[in-house]
Design a protein around this ligand. Structure first.
Ligand code: ZN
Length: 286
């Protein structure tokens, strides 16, 4: 299934996307796509509801309704830094021996087509196309990659927007450069595991103002998604609905010579095969 949330910010209704322009509304059977939903392992029964409704022609046209983040606010967003060999090189840093983990504020989650707002004082705002993992169960101390696979609910496309001056020049740790309002567009849909048989062979790209800036494939990750989930679970309890951003391939603004930073009016368009396309306009600080 492709799970989506339709409607104004804070007022989205859960639904399943059937094709690019049609969906089945699920607002009467599911409260929301949140931690509670995934904790109760509701995906199989929901798939049955969707099948019945398609058969009954209870399908609606999407039109130009807003799509929200396909997951309601996660309890946490955990990120992996420098997870692609060639991206580590462009930032001038060594390939890490273990995953670098950091977190960003969960309220950075916004819809795939929402504006990205520059924070006050921003000078070096940057893009990062990433594969996101949605956790499906409360879990810790996973012992194998197979166990990790079981604990995943699905996959999303994410833009891990970053303000590099806050991240790197303001006294250590990456939290400050990652947590500004609107800094984590998610979606358009959450692909359940059956939609993505192999997450280790997904093409990804990001364009700014129509110019290709990032090109990559998840096959060049240093640490694959299952290893990452198992690894993170050794340090913290993962909750259903949590999001893990798995790192970005080369071509971030910081990696170009000279560097390229986002400014108001810029348009980012990003895509991962099977996970859809996002598009955001950059707007100035409020
Ligand atoms: Zn990132």
């Amino acid at each position: 299934m492709k799970l989506i949330r339709i409607g104004a910010l804070g007022n989205e209704r859960p639904a399943a996307l059937i094709d690019p322009q049609h969906y089945v509304d699920l607002g009467d059977v599911v409260e929301d796509f949140d931690g509670d939903f995934f904790a109760h392992d509701s995906l199989d029964s929901l798939a049955e509801v969707v099948r019945v409704r398609i058969a009954a022609a209870e399908v609606r046209k999407l039109g130009n309704q807003r799509l929200g983040s396909p997951i309601a606010r996660p309890h946490q967003i955990i990120c992996v830094g420098l997870n692609y060999v060639d991206h580590a090189a462009e930032t001038g840093q060594a390939v890490p021996a273990e995953p670098i983990l950091f977190s960003k504020s969960p309220n950075t989650a916004v819809g795939p087509y929402d504006d990205v707002r520059l924070p006050r004082g921003a000078t070096k705002t940057d893009w990062e196309v990433e594969l996101g993992i949605i956790i499906g169960a409360r879990t810790s101390y996973l012992e194998s990659d197979d166990d990790a696979r079981e604990s995943i609910a699905g996959w999303v496309l994410v833009n891990d927007v970053s303000e590099r001056a806050f991240q790197l020049e303001r006294g250590g740790q990456w939290l400050k450069g990652k947590s500004s309002e609107t800094f984590n567009p998610i979606g358009p849909w959450l692909a359940t595991k059956d939609e993505i048989p192999d997450a280790s062979m997904l093409d990804m790209r990001l364009d700014v103002n129509g110019v290709r800036r990032q090109t990559g494939n998840t096959s060049t990750m240093i640490f694959d998604p299952y290893f990452i989930v198992r690894y993170v679970s050794q340090f913290m309890v993962l909750e259903p609905g949590d999001l893990i951003n798995t790192g970005t391939p080369p071509g971030v603004g910081m990696g170009w010579n000279p560097p390229i930073w986002l400014k108001p009016g810029d348009v980012m368009e990003l895509e991962i095969s099977g996970l859809g396309v996002q598009r955001q306009v950059v707007v100035g600080a409020r």
